[in-house]
Design a protein around this ligand. Structure first.
Ligand code: IVH
Length: 688
């Protein structure tokens, strides 16, 4: 098909403008236009690309989040090994390093560059002719894992770098740096996981590692990973004479470089830099664990060379960890909303990194076993990026004779009900749906900001309401009267009225917020919205069979089962009934889900198509909000079978999955083209 030059140019112009503003926003943190204006540019580009799918290129800013979840990560060999760094502990080891540099320099330039040591994971990005083609983790230094699809979702990573484009055919540019999760994103992620009853990430580094290895790029896109680059290789060669120039070269090309680096002419200056950042690290919104000191001169770096593990021209000055020792007075068990029993170490209060610590989570039984911790032990506690401090080590030689093991609870400490440990989890759970601690946690969740947002319903008040038997589940809140509340502790006439107003206002929250507020295990905020849009009412959701739940885009078998389980429990059914009676908003406009709309549907293509290429067919599906997957399962909405279709066709027949030929598929898609608003309204714009 021939394309008029106009859209080609419009598309190129929009891409250039979007790239420019992405760079201003995500790399320089210095936006020039408002978010709304930026979104409008992206919308225009999407519209044009939708009208000219043949012009969509993988490096278009609209193509950050794409593709299907991978089945696994593929190992990739590094062209040049990714080395680690030797550590220098204390000033004397830094002085040793400086001496070695001077000896090697034989009177030449001995400048050193100090950079912050970002506590993340190293990553190599390859660009061919200016376009990002691969992102690989460090792995063991020789081979890493291909995480390209995930790296593409990191907004500070450019998908296309025009500055690298015109440097001759076949040229490969590799940039290396550190991926990390900013602290606020890490805290937010853990808060969500806590609410959903999922295990917490121990620190931002683990969270970044887990995220980067996630198989679904859509999940990664929502997590806000970021990156700082500090190395560049053009066809295997450093493109500058000095490392400080490399950092500038990277910045000028459009890569994100940590601004806090310094060229030092003396080791004294290096020490000052380390001291300065040891004090200032707490002000950063990402974690650092030291300073990396590198020889500035690239020829001198070559002369000094490397061992099999470390370069001899660089060293990491690690900060003293923010740790303290204290005594474990007890290990208590906390009951969460999903019934998860979390062991918590009750500590002799100790000052650490600006606050007093008296509790630290021990996560689960496996963690207790791993630490080998006993009640009475002296332990090292550490404050990571999260507010929750953790126990990192037991000081065994300080163990008193009376130290005793933690006995895992046989009963729920709150309701004395039965406790179970499922096979695939290290977590114990109270299985009694009527457990008071669970009910309390569920009430607090129900009224939390992202759920029904009932302000003023704090812990103390919930305790009183439960004790007085005024409520048993969240739905009872809607039956509360002024006289019920006015008599409670610290509750006057005015606060009672305020609370009733808040409860009243919460009846108008969206269906998604209500579903989230129910506290169904594994149903986070986003999943709740997806379910609301798909099912359109709480009634439909509560009656949905497992297969229907599983067929919803973004809902896996685990979530589906959890939702099913929730609605079979008589207590929950009763509560839903009461919510309906209380006239909460239990309906929502539903996403079109007739055959004329592929929103959320998984489609498999197989065999040889006559009229369309695979790519064209794929684009038609994704443009209508559907997703192309590679294998047939119960979740497949339909299979498009071309000529010589084989195993997939057989599998679809066996599973009873709908099969259509190319003509049927085309007529289905063309029917939609006739009614564009159905698709447009629901098309998936999950970020660029
Ligand atoms: S340079 C050949 N610079 O620290 C030199 N590494 O403990 C390679 N790291 O594997 C590393 N910030 O993942 C360098 N500014 C920085 C760094 C940095 C963090 C990481 C990197 C490395 C690890 C070694």
């Amino acid at each position: 098909m021939s394309v008029k030059s106009e859209p080609v140019e419009q598309i190129a112009g929009l891409r250039e403008r979007i790239r420019y503003h992405e760079h201003r926003y995500y790399v320089l943190a210095d936006p020039e236009i408002a978010d709304g204006e930026f979104d409008e540019l992206v919308r225009q580009l999407r519209r044009l690309e939708a009208a000219h799918p043949e012009l969509v290129t993988p490096d278009s800013p609209t193509q950050r989040v794409g593709g299907n979840p991978a089945e696994g990560l593929v190992a990739v060999e590094h062209t040049l090994p990714m080395l680690s760094l030797d550590n220098a502990y204390g000033e004397s080891e830094l002085l040793d390093f400086d001496r070695r540099v001077r000896e090697a320099a034989t009177g030449g330039q001995t400048g050193l560059v100090c950079e912050l040591k970002i506590d993340g994971l190293s990553l190599a990005l390859t660009f061919e002719n200016g376009t990002l083609v691969r992102g690989v983790t460090r792995g063991d230094g020789l081979r890493g894992e291909d995480v390209t699809a995930n790296v593409r979702t990191i907004r500070s990573v450019p998908l296309h770098v025009p500055a690298l484009r015109h440097r001759g055919q076949g040229e490969k540019v590799e940039v290396r740096g550190e991926v990390f999760l900013p602290l606020d994103s890490f805290r937010k992620l853990n808060r969500e996981r806590e609410k959903n009853g999922e295990p917490l990430f121990a620190n931002p580094r683990n969270a970044a590692a887990g995220t980067l290895r996630t198989l679904n790029p859509k999940v990664v896109a929502g997590r806000n990973l970021d990156v700082f680059l500090y190395q560049a290789l053009v066809d295997g060669q450093v493109p500058c004479r000095n490392h400080s120039e490399v950092l500038k070269w990277l910045g000028a090309a459009g890569f994100k470089v940590n601004p806090e680096w310094k060229r030092c002419s003396s080791v004294q200056e290096v020490m000052d830099f380390c001291r300065l950042w040891e004090g200032k690290r707490k002000d950063l919104d990402y974690e650092i664990d030291g300073v990396v000191v590198k020889v500035d001169s690239i020829p001198l770096q070559h002369d000094m060379g490397e061992t099999s593990k470390f370069p001899r021209w660089a060293v990491a000055c690690k900060f003293r960890a923010q740790q303290a020792t204290t005594v474990v007075n007890d290990i208590q068990v906390q009951v969460g909303r999903t019934g998860a029993l979390t062991p918590v170490a009750m500590l002799q209060p100790v000052r650490l990194a600006g606050s007093t610590i008296s509790r630290a989570t021990l996560h689960n039984l496996d963690e207790i076993a791993r630490l080998g911790i006993k009640i009475g032990d002296t332990v090292w506690v550490e404050k990571g990026g999260d507010v929750i401090p953790k126990v990192v080590k037991v000081v065994e030689n300080l163990r008193p004779p009376e130290a005793r093991d933690f006995a895992p609870p046989r009963q729920c400490p709150a309701c004395q009900g039965e406790v179970r440990r499922s096979e695939d989890e290290a977590v114990l759970r109270c299985i009694d749906p009527a457990c008071s601690a669970k009910i309390k946690a569920s009430l607090l969740h129900f009224s939390s900001r992202k759920a029904l947002r009932i302000e003023g319903l704090g812990e103390a008040l919930v305790d009183q309401l439960l004790e007085k038997g005024l409520i048993q589940d969240p739905a009872d809140l809607y039956a509360l009267k002024h006289e019920d509340l006015a008599g409670l502790d610290r509750m006057g006439d005015k606060s009672a009225r305020n609370l009733l107003e808040q409860i009243e206002a919460s009846r108008k929250r969206s269906l998604g917020q209500v579903i989230f507020g129910l506290g169904i295990r594994h149903v986070g905020e986003r999943t709740a919205m997806v379910l609301a849009r798909h099912f359109g009412s709480l009634e439909n959701l509560s009656k949905a069979p497992q297969e229907t739940l599983e067929s919803v885009f973004e809902v896996g078998p685990v979530v589906a089962e959890s939702v099913g389980q929730f609605f079979v429990q008589p207590g929950n059914r009763q509560m839903v009934k009461k919510l309906r009676k209380a006239e909460l908003n239990l309906e929502e406009e539903r996403a079109e889900s007739s055959t004329s709309d592929l929103e959320g549907q998984q489609v498999v293509l197989t065999g040889r198509l006559a009229e369309l290429t695979r790519e064209e067919a794929g684009r038609m599906i994704t443009r209508r909000g559907g997703r192309v997957t590679s294998s047939v399962s119960k979740k497949t909405a339909f299979l498009v079978a071309g000529e010589e279709a084989g195993g997939k066709l057989a599998k679809a027949r066996q599973l009873g999955v709908r099969v259509m030929n190319e003509t049927e598929f085309l007529s289905l898609v063309r029917r939609q083209e006739d009614q564009p608003h159905a698709g447009e309204k629901t098309a998936h714009h999950s970020g660029t």
